[in-house]
Design a protein around this ligand. Structure first.
Ligand code: DX5
Ligand code: ZN
Length: 214
């Protein structure tokens, strides 16, 4: 299993130390949650923080944009050093164009689905995607409980990917811990995002390793 710890749960008064902790861990990526207070009912951080993290992180940056009109910020996200840009299907009127622009900017393209958005919405774009991020909580906050229906969505997405000649990886975000992580591994997830489970642990490297071993 690949692991992408979510910086949202880090101690922002000691960001340098928290990023060093991830740099020296077995994490595969670093997940960064950008919120605008419009697409989701919360505000997190923006480009000044993303740029600073980009200078410190040795892990690929997995940027999750919970914002309206994410297509306006493709070059800015790339300039922060992002490896993967996640845009919400619900926020993109011209998703095909946006996905092609993300790839043309040199990043991997991922589409995120809210818990109530069916996997079938991706039928005509799945072949173009590097990754699909399924939200297993309603986006906007860390520390929420895992929505069980995500397991069935992972299985449906796996079917869609294999029937469409797509190479997309399946990433899950929200309420991930050892119990939900084990179920997600069985259902076919490739990458787990984990905020509270990693940064809230007294032994974050062990928390990452325990998820990786699933
Ligand atoms: C929620 C964010 C998540 C969040 C996950 O809107 O997209 O990435 O940080 O936090 P946990 O792992 O605590 O549910
Ligand atoms: Zn996220």
């Amino acid at each position: 299993m690949q692991i992408s710890p979510s910086l949202l749960a880090a101690d922002f008064a000691h960001l340098h130390r928290e990023i060093e902790m991830i740099n020296t861990s077995e994490a595969d990526m670093l997940h960064l949650d950008v919120m605008d207070g419009v697409f989701v009912p919360n505000i997190s951080f923006g480009f000044p923080v993303l740029n600073a993290v980009g200078r410190l992180s040795t892990k690929p940056m997995d940027v999750h944009l919970m914002i309206v009109e994410p297509q306006k910020f493709i070059s800015q996200v790339r300039d922060c050093g992002a490896a993967i840009m996640n845009v919400h299907q619900e926020a993109c009127t011209h998703l095909d164009r946006t996905i092609h622009e993300i790839k043309a900017a040199g990043m991997k393209a991922a589409v995120t689905l809210n818990p109530s958005t069916p996997v079938g919405m991706l039928e005509d774009i799945i072949a173009e995607l590097d990754m699909v991020l399924l939200m297993s909580v309603n986006p906007g906050f860390g520390g929420q409980s895992f929505i069980q229906n995500t397991l069935a969505k992972v299985r449906r997405l796996k079917e869609l990917i294999s029937s469409s000649d797509s190479k997309a990886l399946i990433e899950i975000d929200g309420g991930v811990n050892l119990t939900t992580g084990r179920m997600l591994a069985e259902a076919g997830a490739d990458i787990l995002v984990a905020g509270s489970f990693v940064f809230g642990s007294p032994t974050p490297h062990e928390a990452i390793n325990s998820l990786k071993a699933l």
